[in-house]
Write a protein that binds this ligand. Structure first.
Ligand SMILES: Cc1ncc(COP(=O)(O)O)c(C=O)c1O
Length: 438
């Protein structure tokens, strides 16, 4: 006798009350049919449907000439999106932190000194990874919500010979955007490498690798690139390669060994791991989409939707977290202070349950105090911003927070009216003139 299916797997199909419930038979879970979601959290963003289609491409063997041609295209596309002429630009297998670990474990040797600019959770992650590599991490801390001052980094560099300055370009945990050019200049003046975490920024705002002088830049796929998570694009220059070549000790990871990975992502085609070919197809499409849209246009789109969201939040009486000037804030991660007396979790739960809209919670000292609203990649579009604001208004009202009815949506719509392009659809009858004309 087949055992009864547990109700939990059923929930994945939308819950028993949903008309589109998927059928669970005997002891087999139902079809994978999760409820539709609008992802307005700090990542993942909504995948671009073109990326999902590309990921459904039939598999190729990883040394098939058609696949190696795709690899070459991915490297070329990465150079364009990273804005670099570096020979090395390829994806590390794994999520963003795999790229960060690959950079650190491959470039650091036990006892090396690493100055880490830290003003949030991902700066702490860099400290933690550096220490696991046996390096001595020297944190340069700034209050969460502020960027790290270059003078403080300069002081740390003066205190001892340093292999690496590690810095998060976009601190997703607080919404801070850290300028990099001055830090690169300082690192180079002390013969150190500038290694930067651009997991949240690549594809959403300027990441000018060569112009800023960043030696190593690591990204992720699931934020502004709108691809599922699973690859960590990386680029590094000849200075970083020289450090790899002159190591005294063996790299302490096989999987994340950049020397082996770069030999795989080169005409050598060194047989390392089995390539996640579907992810590579997806990344190729995500990068292609960036260039088809145009990098500048894409950055402008991210600025527009973030600003429209913030215009709405302001009218709703919500305040933003952080004290950086506007130039030091990510346009597409908006940290919102939870109003006094409001239960932050219940608001997020309502938004998911009633509207299928996800916004993000926060980490560490900010937990329960802020929401993080992401407007990245394919999620960054007018309808999502307006729906997100309407859902937030309804969810806050249901929790007893009083705010002007419809104010947020109206303010965002006014922002689009003023700054958006292509909003005039007066000539589109949406079918309403059809039968009525007979
Ligand atoms: C700035 C930053 N760095 C690193 C990471 C870690 O990336 P992943 O979760 O893809 O491993 C994230 C993910 O949220 C991030 O936002």
């Amino acid at each position: 006798m087949a055992k009864q299916i547990d109700p939990v797997p059923r929930a994945l199909a939308g819950g028993t009350a949903e008309p589109l419930d998927s059928v669970a038979m005997a002891d087999v879970p139902g079809d994978l049919l999760p409820g539709p979601r609008i992802l307005l959290g700090p990542g993942p963003s909504m995948a671009d449907p073109r990326v999902l289609r590309a990921m459904g491409t039939p598999l190729l063997g990883q040394f098939d000439p058609e696949f190696t041609a795709v690899m070459n295209e991915v490297m070329e596309l990465l150079r364009a999106v990273f804005q670099t002429d570096n020979e090395r630009a390829f994806p590390v297998p794994g999520t963003g932190r795999a790229g960060l670990e690959a950079a650190m474990v491959s470039l650091l040797e036990p006892g090396d000194r690493v100055v880490v600019a830290e003003c949030g959770r991902f700066g702490l992650l860099m400290i933690e990874i550096a220490e696991r590599c046996g390096a001595t991490a020297v944190p340069v801390h700034a209050e969460w919500g502020r960027m790290v001052e270059p003078e403080a980094v300069a002081k740390a560099l003066e205190a001892g010979p340093t292999r690496m300055v590690a810095v998060v370009h976009g601190e997703t945990s607080t919404g801070v955007l850290q300028p990099l050019d001055e830090l690169a200049r300082l690192a180079h003046a002390h013969d150190a490498l500038l290694v930067t975490d651009a997991v949240v920024t690549l594809g959403g705002c300027e990441v000018a690798t060569d112009r800023w002088g960043a030696d190593v830049v690591v990204a992720g796929t699931q934020k502004c690139l709108s691809c599922p998570s699973g690859l960590a694009p990386i680029t590094y220059n000849a200075r970083a390669e020289a450090v790899l070549e002159n190591r005294r000790t063996k790299i302490r990871s096989n999987y994340l060994d950049l020397v082996q990975l770069q030999r795989y992502w080169s005409p050598d085609r060194f047989n390392h791991h089995t390539a996640p070919t579907s992810m590579v197809f997806g990344l190729r499409e995500a990068l292609r989409a960036c260039l088809v849209e145009g990098l500048e246009t894409r950055f402008e789109r991210h600025r527009l939707h973030g600003a429209a969201l913030r215009a709405g939040l302001e009218v709703m009486g919500l305040r933003l977290f952080g004290s950086s000037p506007a130039s030091g804030r990510l346009p597409f991660i908006t940290p919102v202070l939870v109003p006094a007396g409001v239960d932050e979790l219940r608001v997020r739960q309502r938004m998911v349950r009633d509207f299928g809209i996800e916004i993000g919670a926060a980490f560490g000292p900010l937990q329960g105090k802020i929401w993080r609203i992401g407007t990245m990649g394919y999620s960054a579009r007018r309808q999502n911003i307006l729906l997100g604001l309407a859902a937030l208004e309804a969810s806050l009202s249901a929790e007893g927070f009083s705010l002007p009815k419809g104010g947020g949506v109206a303010a965002a719509a006014a922002h689009y009216q003023k700054f958006g392009a292509g909003q005039d659809d007066a000539g589109n009858s949406l079918g309403a003139r059809g039968p009525g004309q007979y």
